[in-house]
Ligand binder design. Structure first.
Ligand code: AHR
Length: 317
């Protein structure tokens, strides 16, 4: 009997139906690769699975919910032991999650939440998305210290939980500050290319010198917007203050160069806590908390962003 078989046999004696990580096959329905942060999450998930000996079946949905639903049905048909789902939008999941539940396949949500009954998934590993937006709003309110400021907002993918919650949080963060006003708000779909295009339209519609700050729901859109601001002959970070979310290496570099002012970190390591929870659940039925919250750290020019950039630049962003 091999060592692996011996270990498996001993676990089965202790707990019928128990599974070791090395015997698990997990399906991962990823949204796509819209941002540097998302690329890093994919890299980390593959690494986490590999280091535990888990077989990971990866499906890239190219930003489409219907592709994610197809992928989940495929994973169910293949009889995977569990499913990781980063849901592109918040609604429309009930039916396929019911199907996974009927097949007794636990589903763990990564980085975004869904509007579905809680019993349809095992746990959600996410940041507090509302809190991230609130931190951005409070940072800007403090930075402006009562000065009038017309803000433009680049929203994430329409209907996604981060776009909904980060907008709500930011509005809470600036609530009661009569000097701050959001004058334009539009989706840039979490991509650099759209961030640039939409920022160009904001600059054209408002006139660059009337815009005081940009709040972007992720760094990639902010980096695209920085390009648009420069091309309009303005200085990003000075003429237009910029706060965003993710803390990708390029945002740290932009802050180090004075072209961006603040970012709130979202760890790309959602898979670590998710796989810990799944391993315990599949080994002995340990139920995880319904929400496993990751940390959100604010970075500003007061931090050594050049050093953080060096640390992060080869991590798969
Ligand atoms: O759900 C997390 C968000 O999705 C990240 O902030 C953004 O970059 C990504 O695409």
């Amino acid at each position: 009997m091999t060592l692996k078989a011996t270990l498996l046999a001993s676990v089965l004696v202790l707990s019928p139906g128990a599974l070791l990580a090395a015997d698990m096959t997990i399906g991962f329905s990823q949204i796509g690769s819209e941002s540097g942060w998302r690329a890093a999450e994919t890299t980390v998930t593959r690494q986490e699975a590999e280091s535990r000996g888990i077989e990971l079946k990866f499906a890239d949905a190219q930003q489409k919910q219907e592709n994610q639903i197809k992928a989940i049905r495929g994973f169910i048909a293949q009889g995977v032991d569990a499913i990781l789902l980063a849901p592109v939008v918040a609604t429309g999941w009930d039916e396929v999650l019911e199907e996974a539940k009927d097949a007794e396949i636990p589903v763990v949500l990564l980085d975004r939440t869904v509007d579905a009954p809680e019993d349809l998934y095992l746990t959600a590993v996410t940041s507090d998305l509302v809190h991230e937006g609130r931190v951005a709003g409070e940072w800007l309110a403090k930075e402006m210290a009562g000065e009038d400021c017309r803000i433009v907002e680049l929203q994430g993918t329409t209907g996604s939980s981060p776009a909904i919650d980060r907008k709500k949080g930011f509005e809470e963060g600036i609530a009661g500050q009569d000097n701050l006003e959001i004058v334009r708000s539009q989706t840039g779909d979490f991509t650099r290319a759209q961030g640039k295009v939409v920022m160009e339209s904001f600059l054209k519609a408002e006139g660059g010198d009337t815009i005081c700050a940009l709040y972007a729901h992720n760094d990639d859109m902010a980096v695209g917007a920085i390009q648009a601001i420069k091309e309009a002959g303005l200085k990003p970070g000075e003429d237009i203050k910029i706060v965003a979310i993710d803390a990708v290496p390029d945002a740290h570099l932009a802050i180090a160069n004075g072209e961006m002012n603040a970012t709130i970190e979202l760890t790309p390591n959602m898979a670590g806590p998710a796989l810990d929870a799944l391993e315990a659940y599949l080994a002995n039925g340990t139920e995880p908390a319904k929400w496993i919250q990751t940390e959100s750290k604010l970075y500003t020019a007061a931090d050594d962003n050049q050093a953080v950039y060096e640390e992060k630049k080869n991590l798969g962003y």
